[in-house]
Design a protein around this ligand. Structure first.
Ligand SMILES: Cc1cc2nc3c(=O)[nH]c(=O)nc-3n(C[C@H](O)[C@H](O)[C@H](O)COP(=O)(O)O)c2cc1C
Length: 213
């Protein structure tokens, strides 16, 4: 399936999808590989292609990753909403974000696939130049992957909460922890409906200045 979105529609309606992920519909590996092939066209420092990509689609492993996600959220055994609300500032719809985050937690153990992109090395203790090159050599590819998913009727969420359990996830997946950093944690599923809207963002006038700060 292809939605045939314009470039601008794709860029402005690719949302963090949690409640509307359909965990009952399998996601073929070919679709994931097609999205990754597109993603790998993103720029990366000196075109070294040092990234690695792990897709977990074995249901047992997905369930174990879901437990790590819950542990990272602090809800492994309770299933209760974390309190106090860790967001707590003036973002429109912020109450919905936590509610939606919990909806994701509830269905994560049945997710058709979870992507974990890896970048080589550890950013811990590195200078800005090296860090910028590390993150900058993979973030665009991951976002391209999410855009390619959207165009095909699938969705995901950029999640970093799992960095709290990075070591445990590395052990589970056999990732050499000292050699690779997990860039994030990306549940993947078909979306329930394909109509997504623009989100609230601060207006350009509030965040842009010319010729100086
Ligand atoms: C760097 C980063 C980290 C994020 N971490 C999480 C996360 O751990 N869990 C989660 O449910 N959503 C996470 N999100 C999703 C954001 O909450 C979401 O992008 C934001 O609320 C804006 O919604 P939108 O992407 O639909 O516009 C993260 C997003 C980014 C870019």
């Amino acid at each position: 399936m292809r939605l045939g979105l314009s470039a601008d529609e794709l860029l402005t309606t690719t949302r963090a999808v949690r409640k509307r992920l359909d965990v009952t519909k399998p996601v073929p590996r070919e679709v994931l590989e097609e999205c990754l092939e597109i993603a790998l066209q993103a720029p990366n420092g000196s075109n070294r292609n040092t990234w690695r990509w792990i897709i977990v689609d074995d249901p047992e492993m997905v369930a174990r990753l879901a437990d790590e996600y819950k542990a990272a959220m602090g809800v492994l055994n309770s299933g209760a909403m974390p309190t106090p609300n860790p967001l707590g500032n003036d973002i429109p719809g912020e109450d919905k974000i936590l509610e939606s985050a919990m909806a994701l937690v509830e269905k994560l153990d049945r997710m058709p696939a979870i992507l974990i992109p890896l970048m080589p090395g550890r950013p811990d203790g590195k200078g800005v130049v090296e860090q910028a090159s590390m993150w900058g050599s993979i973030v665009q590819a991951v976002w391209s992957f999410m855009l390619a998913l959207r165009e095909r009727g699938l969705g995901s969420i950029w999640a970093t909460v799992t960095a709290r359990r990075e070591k445990e996830i590395a052990d589970l997946l056999g990732i050499p922890y000292e050699e690779y950093t997990q860039v994030g944690f990306f549940p993947v599923a078909y979306t329930i409906g394909t109509d997504f809207k623009k989100a609230w963002r601060k207006p350009v006038s509030e965040v842009l200045s010319y010729n100086g700060f």
